[in-house]
Write a protein that binds this ligand. Structure first.
Ligand SMILES: *[C@@H]1O[C@H](CO)[C@@H](O)[C@H](O)[C@H]1NC(C)=O
Ligand SMILES: *[C@@H]1O[C@H](CO)[C@@H](O)[C@H](O)[C@H]1NC(C)=O
Ligand SMILES: *[C@@H]1O[C@H](CO)[C@@H](O)[C@H](O)[C@H]1NC(C)=O
Length: 594
């Protein structure tokens, strides 16, 4: 609601001149969606949620070599207009605005927006007009001109608008001399076939060090345009950049700095590092691991503090990427089992801390944390989570008036359906059929996809085509829901897809929507035979991308699995004999990839 309200000013009062710069509408609406609503009700913690929802998703999106800039000049027809209603125009644009607010300060930021709206009311907005408003506001701000002489705010802003992708700042700390060396490059999750031209951002840098940890001041100390050095006092101190992740960039440190951060995070003062920095650290490290920018040993060393971590934001920064890793090991059953053991032990403290029931005085982030952690733990088969959920489900089935608490429904229903039989499925399906609440319907639709029964699953997928109550954008999610609940449903989902390809395309509302549904499969294709099956059955273009992406995922898993496996075996203190066998398996599987 706050988002749409934001459009009264950004979109209606001042309208973007053309779709190519859609962000002039959407990034402001997305910004106020969180920060406007935050001012109305701070207990919702939306200012902090912005970071794990929008900054993290913008960085994740920008890690692809094909990520387009906020000013995307190729917007020329209906398809490219639609495509630009993307993470770039919403989450990334809003993250850039938040970065600028921390850079110029709240007051000057507000003045700049006022000038922009006042000078362009009932007219078209352009990036240049927005930069002008920022130029005026900063020129009236003595502290800005004194702190950042020579920094032209329009150029700084424009470097974020024109560049596709987002940067990583590489940090090298010389603890003998105190010299900290910074450089920047575009962060890419994998190396593209044709190298990209070099890019530069003007990056506002805030930082602190372990000699005097201070996470209250997000005012950047300098702007990194190319490379830079900071003279810190010499001494055995680690540094952390990007306070409260106020800037839209990742940070990679030299190995020793990482080592010190890792050891500090395991210690009892862990919480002195801002929760949003702990969230950035785990999210960055997991991306660096995927991109080969950190050693496996160091990455797991840093992640090891999760064993003690109970904070929502930190887990939110971790879970999505951890699950990506887990899927990469799925075709290697021994490694996969070790990884699950590892994850369950990491989550133990958090689960104990949260408990299975909501408390009357739980904060928003505690409620969200219980949802995300237990949802994942139940999916991994965590014994306590599964048995508590089954209890709640059975009580509800026995007496309809004993409701499952709203926030726990997603995983309680899922466990009920996964562990139950046709009568459980029919019970929940009747609830879907009768529900008048669209939010609850989506929760139920997800949960119905948790069935492991082939007949019921086919009924479920059939409903995605034929049931008018399933809204069009929920239809495309049916495949993912059927796989999120149970990976082993993959063969059933694939045969359903082959058998009903044309009909699905029609009932889902055309090829574009079918492609969305098929793309969602890539991440679940973890088994080589299934991939080749899809390849053979692929009479449609969308499948090619899915197959390629699945193969590169599989190759990643094969390449790194032996080392990850060895680490896990050691950590889970099992016997270390199987690694060479796994190596052999990976080598064999790799042969099929070429
Ligand atoms: C968008 O970027 C192109 C160059 O890529 C530039 O020529 C054009 O002026 C930019 N448009 C705006 C509105 O900034
Ligand atoms: C583009 O979309 C508009 C609005 O939906 C439609 O009226 C128009 O016919 C479309 N143009 C083309 C070339 O498909
Ligand atoms: C679904 O609801 C309709 C009426 O809204 C009812 O006629 C039908 O029997 C219901 N189906 C199931 C399976 O509950």
């Amino acid at each position: 609601m706050a988002h749409e309200l934001g459009h009264k000013w950004f979109g209606n009062l001042v309208t973007c001149f053309w779709w190519s710069n859609l962000w002039l509408n959407e990034s402001f609406a997305s910004f106020f969606e969180y920060f406007g609503a935050h001012n109305a009700d701070p207990s919702l913690e939306l200012a902090d949620q912005f970071v794990v929802d929008y900054v993290h998703s913008a960085l994740n999106w920008d890690a692809a070599a094909g990520a387009t800039p906020m000013n995307w000049t190729s917007v020329i027809d209906n398809d490219s207009v639609s495509a630009h209603f993307s993470t770039t125009s919403y989450a990334k644009g809003a993250s850039v605005l938040r970065m600028l607010e921390h850079f110029v300060g709240e007051r000057t930021f507000r003045n700049a927006l006022r000038y922009y709206l006042r000078d362009n009311a009932y007219q078209l907005g352009t990036p240049e007009k927005l930069y002008d408003a920022f130029r005026q506001a900063t020129s009236e701000d003595l502290s800005y001109t004194q702190t950042y002489p020579g920094i032209e705010i329009g150029e700084l802003f424009d470097s974020w608008v024109q560049n596709g992708g987002s940067p990583v700042v590489n940090v090298d700390v010389n603890m003998n001399t105190g010299v900290i060396t910074l450089s920047q490059e575009r962060f890419l999750i994998s190396t593209p076939a044709t190298p990209l031209a070099p890019q530069q951002w003007q990056i506002p840098i805030s930082w602190t060090h372990s000699g005097n940890l201070d996470f209250t001041n997000t005012k950047p100390a300098l702007v990194l345009t190319d490379t830079a050095t900071i003279q810190n006092a010499a001494g055995h101190n680690f540094v952390i950049l990007n306070i409260a992740q106020s800037g839209l960039y990742r940070v990679n440190y030299d190995d020793h700095n990482w080592e010190m951060i890792a050891s500090y995070l395991r210690g009892s003062n862990r919480q002195r590092i801002h929760k949003l920095n702990r969230a950035q650290i785990v999210n960055d490290v997991l991306h660096f691991l995927r991109a080969d920018k950190i050693s496996i040993t160091r990455a797991f060393d840093v992640l090891s503090f999760l064993e003690h971590e109970t904070d929502y934001y930190v887990w939110a920064g971790a879970l999505g990427q951890i699950d990506w890793l887990r899927r990469r090991l799925e075709h290697l059953p021994a490694a996969h089992a070790q990884f699950d053991t590892y994850l369950l032990s990491l989550m133990d403290t958090a689960i104990g801390h949260l408990g299975y029931n909501e408390g009357a005085s739980d904060s928003t982030s505690t409620i969200l944390n219980r949802m995300q952690i237990l949802n994942y733990a139940c999916n991994l088969g965590h014994a306590g989570c599964v048995s508590d959920s089954l209890n709640k489900w059975r009580n509800h089935r026995a007496d309809d008036s004993i409701l499952v608490p709203v926030n726990l429904r997603r995983y309680v229903y899922c466990v009920g359906i996964r562990e139950g039989d046709a009568t459980d499925y029919e019970f929940l399906y009747a609830k879907y059929n009768a529900s008048q609440n669209t939010a609850d319907m989506v929760v139920i639709l997800r949960a119905l996809g948790c069935t492991k029964d082939e007949t019921l699953l086919n009924h479920y997928l059939g409903q995605s085509m034929h049931n008018d109550r399933v809204r069009i954008h929920d239809k495309t999610n049916a495949f993912s829901y059927a796989l999120q609940g149970n990976r082993e449903n993959l063969p059933i989902v694939l045969s359903f897809l082959y058998a009903n390809y044309n009909e699905i395309r029609e009932t889902y509302g055309g090829s574009a929507r079918l492609t969305i549904a098929i793309n969602a499969l890539a991440t679940y294709l973890t088994d080589f035979t299934l991939i080749s099956e899809l390849e053979l059955g692929a009479s449609f273009g969308a499948a090619i991308n899915v197959v390629n992406s699945a193969i590169s995922n599989l190759a990643w898993g094969n390449r790194l699995a032996p080392e990850i496996y060895e680490y896990l075996l050691e950590r889970n203190s099992a016997v270390t004999v199987a690694a060479p066998i796994l190596l052999l398996f990976a080598a064999l599987a790799a042969r099929f990839l070429h």
